[in-house]
Design a binder for this molecule. Structure first.
Ligand SMILES: [Zn+2]
Length: 224
């Protein structure tokens, strides 16, 4: 879909053209309610998300139909447009993440700094925190030890690693692994950093005690 480059004036002219009653348009950033139509005796009020200003013609057409009598296909066109609208253009809700780095056994920040010094020349600037506490291990096939959230530049480390039977070296490796994701993302390898591509694995093997980790990995994970 190609989008138009339109002003509110173009948009309201188009909408108005399709209605005999005056239409009052309010642009919003409300992502919960993208479109709301209020029919009054002598006018129509349309509150609509600003993303529709630059929507393709067919979305505008669907919007007009939607305002008159919503049908399935019009709703679908609108929904598709909302879903494909680039995330970066959406106003992001900033939620403050409380960073918890001190566990009962391991201080994530301390280990992070150590890895940053040993492998990244102290160049990596990423936040790190323990994830939420999970009481019981859910029956999952795959246990996520850590993950890097690209949008937040934040590494989460699974709380289960903060345990007596987990070797510090193992935690260090998990942190190293996530820092690699962050580093490769920063270098512009956004897509490649998501998966463990060959380059990623090559760098992963640069961890000094890589072989030792391979040997202990299964034993540690089984206990988690
Ligand atoms: Zn990974």
């Amino acid at each position: 879909m190609t989008s138009q480059n339109c002003t509110l004036h173009d948009f309201s002219c188009f909408i108005q053209k399709n209605f005999s009653l005056p239409v009052s348009i309010t642009l919003t950033d409300n992502r919960i309610s993208m479109i709301s139509v209020q029919r009054k005796l002598m006018s129509v009020n349309l509150r609509v998300h600003s993303m529709f200003l630059n929507a393709p013609q067919k979305v505008w057409d669907a919007l007009v139909h939607f305002m008159k009598k919503p049908r399935k296909n019009h709703k679908e066109i609108i929904r598709d447009y909302i879903n494909t609208y680039p995330l970066t253009c959406r106003p992001q809700k900033k939620r403050k993440v409380k960073l918890i780095t001190k566990g009962s056994f391991f201080d994530l920040k301390e280990i992070f700094d150590e890895v940053n010094n040993e492998y990244f020349e102290n160049n990596l600037s990423v936040l790190i925190t323990y994830g939420r506490k999970i009481r019981k291990r859910k029956r999952v096939r795959y246990l996520r030890l850590g993950y890097y959230v690209y949008g937040k530049n934040l590494i989460y480390i699974n709380r289960r690693l903060d345990a007596k039977y987990v070797p510090r070296l193992f935690v260090k490796f998990v942190i190293y692994h996530e820092m690699l994701h962050a580093d490769m993302f920063n270098m512009g390898n956004e897509k490649r950093s998501v998966h463990h591509c060959r380059e990623f694995k090559k760098r992963e093997r640069l961890f000094n005690e890589y072989d030792e980790i391979q040997r202990m990995q299964e034993r540690v994970i089984q206990k988690l």
